[in-house]
Design a protein around this ligand. Structure first.
Ligand code: GLU
Length: 285
């Protein structure tokens, strides 16, 4: 018998869920039901500085209120640092990652310096690419600064990683095969100074370890998939199918934010809306 497809909803507990999360969670639940699939829940709390237990509790409450059922156990990223470390060690053994010690302000100053020579490339999210100065740091200096306890992020050496994998693509619902363009992201961060993994690394490792076959998430993460494809290829991980769904926008056409109370599910619930109202508000039914 064919294995059932595995879907997941993967919110970060750094604010209350809003209408955009409702759409994502409801779509996942719907396709899981329609295909006889499983629905997993993952709490993306790798960034402990921004995540709070009350937001995690609210996630369970809001999803249950919407009528969504998920399998136990829930995977919480903060409990799986070893898995991310193991992936980093494999990339390190391939000599594809390097420590970068700069502060945000130092990186901004480096970018300003680069921009003096002409336009400097930006990633698909609009952030300037990392200028790559730490890539050339002599091994002795690296070792000395690590030994001195200086905090550092770990970055992927994109120029070195790309030739190892060749052309990459993924299967996107309603579009077919999409060509990945990881180079557009430059030397992305894989482990942060304050967290054992970046979003890109954690999501890629977790989707594999949870056996996810179908990633259904917002269009804002479409371009990130290029980085995930690269990591999957470097680490020899299976490639899920992807569906990047429409986003719910505010009256000004902007993506909803967790800091806007008006579109938070718990606020709408307090205002007297029902789960059926939420479905209508996000354009389902
Ligand atoms: N944790 C991410 C978010 O809340 C979603 C990650 C994903 O679905 O890949 O935006």
């Amino acid at each position: 018998m064919a294995m059932p497809p595995v879907f997941r909803f993967a919110p970060s507990p750094n604010g209350y869920l809003h209408l955009g999360h409702a759409l994502s969670a409801l779509l996942n639940a719907e396709v899981a039901r329609a295909t006889g699939g499983r629905l997993l829940l993952r709490i993306e709390d790798i960034d402990v500085t921004r995540c709070r237990p009350e937001f995690e509790a609210a996630i369970y409450e809001d999803l249950a209120w919407l009528g969504i059922e998920w399998e136990q156990p829930v995977r919480r990223q903060s409990e799986h640092s070893d898995d991310y470390r193991a992936a980093l060690q494999r990339l390190e053994a391939m000599d594809l990652i390097y420590p970068s010690f700069e502060s945000r302000a130092e990186i901004a100053a480096l970018v300003t310096e680069c921009e003096r020579q002409g336009p400097w490339p930006r990633d698909p999210d609009g952030a300037p690419l990392y200028p790559g100065t730490a890539r050339e740091m002599p091994a002795e200096e690296r070792a000395r600064r690590i030994a001195a306890g200086e905090p550092y992020a770990l970055r992927l050496n994109m120029a070195k990683a790309l030739p190892r994998v060749g052309a990459l693509s993924w299967q996107e619902a309603e579009r077919g095969l999409v060509t990945a363009d990881p180079a557009a992201w430059g030397d992305v961060v894989l482990a942060r100074k304050d967290a054992p993994a970046s979003y890109h690394l954690a999501v890629t490792v977790d989707d594999t370890l949870q056996g996810v076959t179908d990633v259904v998430r917002g269009r804002d993460l479409f371009h990130s998939t290029s980085v995930h494809r690269l990591l999957q290829s470097l680490l020899g991980l299976p490639v899920p199918r992807y569906r990047h769904h429409r986003l719910i926008l505010d009256a000004d056409g902007r993506k909803l934010s967790k800091s806007t109370a008006a579109t938070a599910l718990r606020q709408l619930r307090a205002d007297g809306l029902t789960p059926a109202d939420i479905r209508r508000r996000v354009g389902l039914d």
